[in-house]
Design a protein around this ligand. Structure first.
Ligand SMILES: Cc1ncc(COP(=O)(O)O)c(C=O)c1O
Length: 376
């Protein structure tokens, strides 16, 4: 044993309690969207990008029909992977299911990051990327955005010899902006082949742009790209925790080695399969969103509050300063309208609002008008 090793051991032996690995105590724990508005008669939760239409009735029926919950689930998620494969025209062998796409992000970080590595994400990118990066002792590297949108050149400029993963949410949360497929391809083409491009397409179903592609084609034709999807958003199954990944064989193999054997519950899998079998429900949710996303963007804009153009199921509303955003949040919350503060995303003067029911959307616009009237 070398002197150095002995020294480290002696130092560890003198510690008075267990110490987390480097990076862990640098993490600011994720703060989920608020769900309570004390004193409000009626509460509209518009803080977590959940669907106002709820899940497919068929998915609910599948949950209610669940029996034999004393048995472990199918650890291979065979029926669900077959259903996803059928719905999207994919080889089920290249799909891995997770307890939410969050869990898959964690698996990918565990499989590909070691101490001292770097993982790139964008300035207003989804906060779980730096959290999982730090948890592995790696360093999150922040690529600047342009007009609240990922900037391919800025991301490529951040690539170093230490880079192992590039995380990109497309569309991004909380900005709602997206990169056209050509730009995603340009990003991929600029990365060294050993860098994994993680395309997180949690909101893909909402996008109505013909230059958008969720990532399937790139994953199918390359060795270093994966696409993540979720049942939490348009499928309305957030409480069940269900997501999936489409990836090259070797990534599937690596992730399956570290995945817990029963990471997805039987009820979640059944509900996922039932939801995929009800495309009409998804279409209703998409149509609702398309209508009200445009309406909210226009109406809030008319009040003089800039709204970042969004292709997802939420809008980012900009206030004149941090105090105004904070006051608006408090004002709305008192009326039972819960939006999301996004200071943790380097957007302290903005609020994110999920597209809600017609009633909720109209109430927010009316309340914002009242709030601004009081401010002026
Ligand atoms: C961009 C993005 N990725 C991933 C997730 C995680 O979704 P889930 O773990 O519910 O699948 C979210 C949830 O808000 C998200 O916004």
């Amino acid at each position: 044993m070398g002197d150095k090793t002995r020294e480290v051991e002696v130092t560890s032996m003198s510690l008075q309690r267990p110490i987390p690995r480097p990076g862990v105590l640098d993490i600011e724990a994720y703060v989920p969207g608020k769900s309570e508005a004390p004193g409000a008669a009626q509460v509209f939760k518009l803080s977590s990008n959940e669907t106002p239409l709820g899940p497919s009735p068929q998915a609910l029926a599948a949950c209610r029909a669940a029996s034999h919950i004393e048995d472990y689930p199918d650890g291979a998620a065979s029926a669900l992977r077959a259903a996803i494969g059928k719905a999207f025209g994919l080889d089920p062998a290249r799909i891995v299911c997770g307890a939410g796409s969050d869990e898959l992000l964690n698996f990918l970080s565990a499989a590909y990051l070691v101490d001292g590595d770097e993982a790139i994400y964008t300035a207003h990118g989804f906060l779980m990327y730096p959290i999982y990066t730090l948890a592995r002792g790696a360093t999150p590297v922040v690529a600047p955005e342009t007009s609240y949108t990922a900037d391919v050149d800025a991301i490529l400029a951040c690539v170093s010899a230490k880079t192992k993963i590039v995380f990109i949410a497309n569309p991004n949360n909380p900005t709602g902006t997206y990169l056209p497929f050509d730009e995603i391809k340009r990003l991929h083409a600029g990365l060294p082949p050993h860098v994994l491009l993680v395309i997180d397409a949690a909101y893909a179903e909402y996008v109505r742009r013909n230059d958008y592609e969720a990532g399937i084609e790139l994953v199918a034709t390359s060795d270093n790209a994966v696409m993540l999807r979720t049942f939490s958003k348009i499928h309305g199954l957030a409480a069940l925790r269900l997501g999936w990944m489409y990836a090259p064989d070797h990534v599937v193999d690596a992730v399956n080695r570290i995945r817990g054997p029963f990471n997805v519950s039987t009820i979640a899998m059944r509900a996922g399969i039932a939801s995929l079998a009800d495309p009409a429900h998804i279409e209703r949710s998409r149509a609702h969103n398309e209508k009200w996303l445009a309406w909210l963007t226009a109406e809030i804009g008319k009040l003089g509050l800039p709204v970042t153009p969004s292709v997802a199921n939420f809008v980012l509303i900009h206030f004149k300063d941090v105090e105004s955003a904070s006051a608006a949040d408090a004002f709305l919350t008192r009326r039972g309208l819960i939006l999301r503060r996004v200071a943790g995303y380097r957007l302290p003067a903005a609020l994110r609002m999920t597209v809600g029911t017609e009633e909720a959307n109209r109430l927010v616009v009316a309340a914002l008008a009242e709030f601004l009237g009081k401010q002026s």
